[in-house]
Design a protein around this ligand. Structure first.
Ligand code: M6R
Length: 355
């Protein structure tokens, strides 16, 4: 049942402290300062990694590929439905990773089978034990999020991001993981709980019920979060929403920005990325758009915002997950105010088993 929540989606959003704790359970050796992923003990470090996935899982793939590239491992992410036509070269030493919550998505399975038939090693990052992806891939890493009923993926996306971190540390063959990352993972469940307890997302959406469209912007690791924020929003509110790389605005999307298009901007830390995104925030503000900033307060982004969704300070790899929780709540509360069918949005299925 829904345990007292109005919707499975809200219940699953609130389960995240527990589902993330479960994902990390036994996988952090704090004393030794490293990540333990027993099921991947046989996996040898690949020379390059190719992620394939759809929808929300594709956004997790963009994030995962960015982490690997940051560590010097060539990595790309392809939409599974585009894999056949993209036909990427899979030279020796390529690992193809399918990220799929259900483990049953037809597009993802077909990309994984194609990769397998071309001799690549395959790995499934999935939530469902014994799923098709888990059975057919050479390796499997479970995200242990527990069953997700809502069509909109929420807790599984958060666990995919953490699964990506576990995978990356493992693939790098690292004997130690940075202390900051280990501590941020340890503090993650309580930081998520703090957001759930204090979020003002419900009040904020009330201000913007009659807008023309809703935009989400982010840079670097927050770009996949911008895409995910918009996907969740459009799935359950049926309103037009788009996610953009913050720097792409002036290459086209800025033409759509008006006083009637709220822009959700994700800005954490106080580095070059943050500074540049704040520049993009000023661009949309100059066009009269309401700006809602998701921030940890380290920069002065709030100065340019009409509303602020606050997240705790954490490791830069964990911040996208925290920011996304606020955007999950934004999508949920907006859909709820509009009276949409949140757990079963029109035209959508939980698991897409046709190509
Ligand atoms: O089960 P999968 O992770 O393979 O599903 C992929 C997509 O169909 C899925 O993420 C879809 O985009 C969700 N409805 C997003 O909320």
């Amino acid at each position: 049942g829904k345990s007292g929540y109005d919707h499975f989606m809200l219940k699953e959003i609130h389960e995240q402290p527990a589902s993330l704790r479960q994902c990390l359970s036994g996988r952090i050796d704090e004393l030794a300062g490293h990540i333990v992923v027993e099921e991947l003990d046989e996996l040898e470090a690949p020379r390059r990694v190719h992620f394939v996935a759809c929808g929300t899982s594709y956004h997790a793939s963009l994030y995962a590929a960015a982490l690997l590239r940051d560590a010097g491992v060539p990595a790309t992410a392809t939409l599974a439905s585009e894999f056949a036509t993209a036909d990427p070269p899979l030279p020796n030493g390529t690992l193809v990773v399918g990220i799929t919550q259900s483990g049953e998505t037809a597009d993802t399975m077909s990309a994984l089978r194609d990769a397998n038939s071309r001799g690549a090693e395959t790995l499934a990052l999935t939530n469902v034990v014994g799923s098709t992806a888990a059975r057919e891939c050479d390796h499997v890493l479970y995200i242990r999020a527990g069953p997700e009923i809502g069509v909109a993926a929420t807790k599984t996306f958060s666990s995919q991001l953490i699964g990506a971190n576990l995978l990356v540390e493992k693939l790098l063959g690292k004997t130690t993981t940075s202390r900051e990352l280990i501590e941020s993972l340890r503090d993650l469940p309580s930081n998520v709980q703090a957001i759930l307890d204090d979020s003002n997302a419900e009040e904020i959406v009330d201000e913007y019920l009659d807008s023309t469209a809703y935009f989400f912007i982010g840079r670097g690791l927050h770009f996949p979060v911008a895409l995910e924020g918009a996907l969740k929003f459009k799935e359950i509110t049926y309103e037009h929403a788009e996610g953009f790389a913050a720097g792409e605005l002036k290459h086209g999307p800025l033409a759509l920005v008006t006083a009637n298009t709220p822009v959700f901007a994700v800005v954490t830390g106080n580095d070059e990325n943050a500074r540049k995104t704040i520049g993009n925030v000023k661009e949309v503000e100059a066009r009269g758009a309401p700006v809602i900033v998701v921030t940890d307060g380290q920069s002065d982004a709030e100065r340019y915002a009409d509303a602020v969704l606050k997240i705790p300070e954490t490791h830069e790899r964990v911040a996208p997950l925290l920011a996304n929780i606020q955007l999950q709540l934004v999508a949920y509360h907006m859909a709820n105010r509009l009276g949409r069918s949140i757990d079963k949005p029109r035209n959508l299925a939980k698991s897409v088993t046709v190509e």
